[in-house]
Design a protein around this ligand. Structure first.
Ligand code: HPA
Length: 269
């Protein structure tokens, strides 16, 4: 089956379940999936039941798709994403974004946990841009002309108009919101201190193991993007040691702010 056939098959499967017209896709990163529990009139589908869909194996990722109303918008939320480091091909990592587009979404909100280079643990960072250091590219292979051009423009991948609204909402909520560049790697190891020093020189504000592939595919297809990082730790070299438990724990502390912020922004997009 071609990628296009798979996208159509999965979109048709979800439409049959009543997932007809999402306005926004929501990709919820490590520990941030709880927001999907606030979706009203929810239709919930287990990843395991969805054709052509990947499997989520990371602690803190539930592996469910939730469709319904959030902050007055129709959203399709992913509780748990697919990472390249889990062994998923880039086609699988980015497949949900293709399906969101095929179902008619106009924008996506992509969230993640990230290590802070410019900002410390507990910060919320609006992603202004990214640096792809995964050594991979999700659009390699035949171009899907129905979605976008062979050589897509990435100048405004993190949609400026969305960021402006997000800043306004943060000010109204009196929430401190940082803004910076997300540098994407594959993981699964955390970085070395030398890598982090190099990334800082390159202009990175934060580093993480997701988001970049999904945003490239979103930008290719003309989906607008709002990216938010929850900074869970100082990146390597700025603190003694790094572990996933800390990432999940710090996320617990940020998540109330995070949920309120995302809902308030959604209402404004
Ligand atoms: N590095 C990469 N990914 C991460 C980190 C980090 O320090 N923290 C959370 N996700």
């Amino acid at each position: 089956m071609t990628l296009m056939d798979k996208i159509k098959e999965t979109a048709a499967f979800l439409q049959d379940k009543g997932i007809s017209a999402p306005e926004f896709g929501l990709i919820l990163g490590s520990g941030l999936g709880e927001l999907a529990e606030e979706v009203e009139n929810a239709i919930v589908v287990d990843y395991a039941d969805i054709p052509n869909w990947g499997r989520s194996t990371v602690v803190g990722h539930a592996g469910k798709l939730v469709y319904g109303d959030l902050a007055g918008r129709k959203v399709l939320a992913l509780q748990g994403r697919f990472h390249f480091y889990e062994g998923n091909p880039m086609e699988v990592v980015t497949f949900p974004v293709r399906v969101m587009k095929a179902l008619g979404a106009t924008g996506i909100i992509v969230t993640n946990a990230a290590g802070g280079i410019e900002f410390g643990p507990g910060s919320l960072m609006l992603i202004s841009d990214h640096i792809n250091l995964t050594g991979q590219h999700p659009l390699i292979g035949e171009n899907l002309d129905e979605f976008g051009p062979r050589f897509p423009d990435m100048s405004d991948a993190y949609t400026g108009a969305y960021r402006a609204r997000a800043r306004k909402v943060a000010a109204e909520l009196e929430l401190e919101l940082q803004e910076g560049v997300y540098l994407g790697v594959t993981g699964p190891s955390y970085e070395t201190p030398a890598e982090i020093r190099a990334f800082r020189t390159l202009g990175a504000s934060a580093v993480g193991m997701s988001t970049v592939p999904e945003v490239i595919v979103a930008a290719h297809s003309g989906l607008k993007v709002l990216g938010i990082s929850a900074i869970t730790n100082f990146a390597a070299g700025f603190q003694e040691e790094l572990n996933h438990e800390e990432v999940v724990e710090v996320t617990q502390g940020i998540k109330e702010n995070f949920k309120n912020f995302v809902k308030a922004v959604l209402a404004e997009l």
